[in-house]
Write a protein that binds this ligand. Sequence first.
Ligand code: SF4
Length: 376
Amino acid sequence: MFINFLNIKDKGDVFMKKRIIQTYGDDPWKMTNDILEKSKLEKLIPKNASIGIKPNLAVAKPSSSGATTSPIIVSALIEYLQKHEHKNIIIIESAWIGDSTKKAFNICGYTDISKKYNVPLIDVKDDSYTVKTFDGMEMEISNTILSLDFLINIPVLKGHCQTLITGALKNLKGCISDKEKRRFHTRGLHQPIAYLNKVIKQDFILVDGMCGDLDFEEGGNPVQMNRIFCGTDPVLIDSYIAKNIGYNPYDVKYIKIAEHIGVGSADIDSTEIIVLNKDTSIAKPSSSRKVQKLSHYVKANDACSPCYANLIRALARLDDDGLLRKFEGRSIYIGQGFKDVQEYGVGIGQCTSGMSKNLCGCPPETSAIVEFLKKI
Ligand code: SF4
């Protein structure tokens, strides 16, 4: 993986190369516009195409819970598409079993979006289905999804208690019947998630990494991550999500299977990450008890939000492995307030390079923080 802060110079399809475009910040409207302009999304979409926007509205909770896709990102995307004469748009989703998609549309702000931009909301639970097969596995797929010319997937960057992460590949679970969702669980989730992505092709992925849950699909422990990124390969995108959460891509079984059957590439190491800008907004205290517990190990002084979030996610991974105890009574330093401070201690990020043990980077990646702290 190599990070490039320069502008993209290619003409035409900027995703011809193995590439992810990312931006940091605290203004999702502007960030979405910036990233769409750079990706030249409008040129990837055929003229008069029927476009489906697939957010993650698994539960009827606002995006601040860390569970669902920000309505600001979706609104900015629709305005961008309409401005570029792509007007045949729907929003399509199915909440998880036991929750109502219509309630989620209301609570998450999508009913208002629908009225404002005249974009229909499609509840997959009310749809008809066609059985599609890959490698002998039958799956009941929404007919509306199958009728689309171009699918834009907007997953949330968040953890998942069974599959470790949930991202672009797993978000397509909202395109099948509830009966099929139950069957996915009895089949162990990983293989059907990978196989589903052979049947449904997603054309563009915009990841809402503004505020995603630490461990759970349903939210409750939100971490302010302040980033949005995009690409066209769902396996690559999920591999990058895994890195952002502190895992290696192959820790997530469905990423491995999806790569094996040719959905995409998990080779994040040879991917170019184009970073449009940095975010130096200062991390705010979290209301989540779990995040607060992890923050006891951190001594922050003017830490930027993305840097702080990467450290919190890394501490959560150490906690999973029972390794957090070794930092009991010690502090991990982070933040711009420690620039030029020379001290005996553990520092994360280039601002704490004066600490006796330091991991450089601005911000350092979550997976790199995990490896660094494990070695201490
Ligand atoms: S290393 Fe310092 S400047 Fe860079 S993201 Fe972290 S806190 Fe901010």
